[in-house]
Write a protein that binds this ligand. Structure first.
Ligand SMILES: [Mg+2]
Length: 281
């Protein structure tokens, strides 16, 4: 698979790279519970380090804190520091702090809440009694129950904003499609309160801006970066909306770009990371 001269030039001159994790640089390894690197992925990240081109890995999962995902990738051979690993809770924490919000009810597990606590936010548990909650944040939360529904609704009825890690109904696993927990929780909260969830993970601009800031790049550098991913509605949509170069990978859930809407179509769809490695030299 060869790249057009224009895309090859944009890759060569890229100011930074945002990689998705699952289906893009690695696959979940059922045997170890960890990750297995996809071909050329480790070499590509090492080459970026050699060339001093910044990169981050941004997964849309919030089941674990970013440091746990980074450790799993390091065990698979990747040169990824904890600070280069982002989840929607990373961008949610940044957005909440910037919005002057201090008290957040998290309908999510400990891994989902960790980046918010690390950012100094006052994190309220799913069904914990609390006044003055300013935002309800939903993420990975298989333990969701009726008490959490009541507490979340009460906070929203008292004026809290509804924000979420992700609003996609399904995600791909080794054994088929699984339910996105925050989508289902958001549906219940919206039905009860009329409030719609604002997405703070991919494909939001908030997520891309946190990736840029983590790489030490200004917001206006969005047009000079490359976003690599396997989900049209997440990575491709985020990249295209910001004017970044969108590189789709058919090693995950996107098998073809034929039926995709313009906003979700990658600039190039690849079946291997090898051309990226070749382009950056
Ligand atoms: Mg993916």
């Amino acid at each position: 698979m060869s790249l057009s001269p224009e895309i090859a030039a944009r890759l060569r001159d890229a100011a930074g790279f945002v990689f998705d994790m699952d289906g893009t640089i690695a696959l979940g390894d059922a045997q170890s519970g960890g990750h297995k690197a996809l071909p050329h992925a480790v070499a590509l990240l090492k080459a970026l380090n050699v060339r001093r081109i910044p990169f981050v890995v941004f997964t849309n999962g919030t089941a674990k804190p970013p440091a746990d995902y980074a450790a799993s990738l390091r065990r698979a051979g990747f040169p990824v520091d904890n600070r280069q690993m982002l989840t929607p809770s990373s961008s949610a924490a940044a957005w909440l702090v910037r919005s002057g919000i201090g008290k957040v009810r998290v309908l999510g597990n400990a891994g989902c809440a960790a980046p918010l606590r690390d950012a100094g936010l006052d994190v309220i548990g799913p069904s914990e009694a609390a006044d003055g909650v300013e935002a309800v944040y939903t993420g990975w939360f298989r333990e969701f129950d009726f008490d959490a529904l009541e507490a979340g609704c009460a906070s929203l009825w008292h004026g809290a904003r509804l924000v979420t890690a992700s609003h996609v109904p399904f995600f791909a696993t080794a054994t088929g499609r699984a339910i996105g927990s925050s989508f289902a929780i958001n549906a219940m909260l919206t039905a009860m309160t009329g409030k719609r969830a604002r997405v703070l993970g991919k494909p939001s601009r908030v997520a891309l801006d946190v990736a840029l800031a983590t790489m030490g790049l200004p917001r206006r550098a969005a047009a000079q970066i490359v976003v690599v991913g396997d989900d049209p509605a997440l990575e491709m949509r985020m990249a295209n909306a910001a004017g970044s170069l969108s590189i789709g990978m058919s090693t995950g859930i996107m098998k073809s770009d034929a039926d995709l809407a313009e906003r979700d179509r990658p600039h190039a769809l690849l079946d291997s990371l090898e051309p990226l490695l070749a382009a950056i030299g």
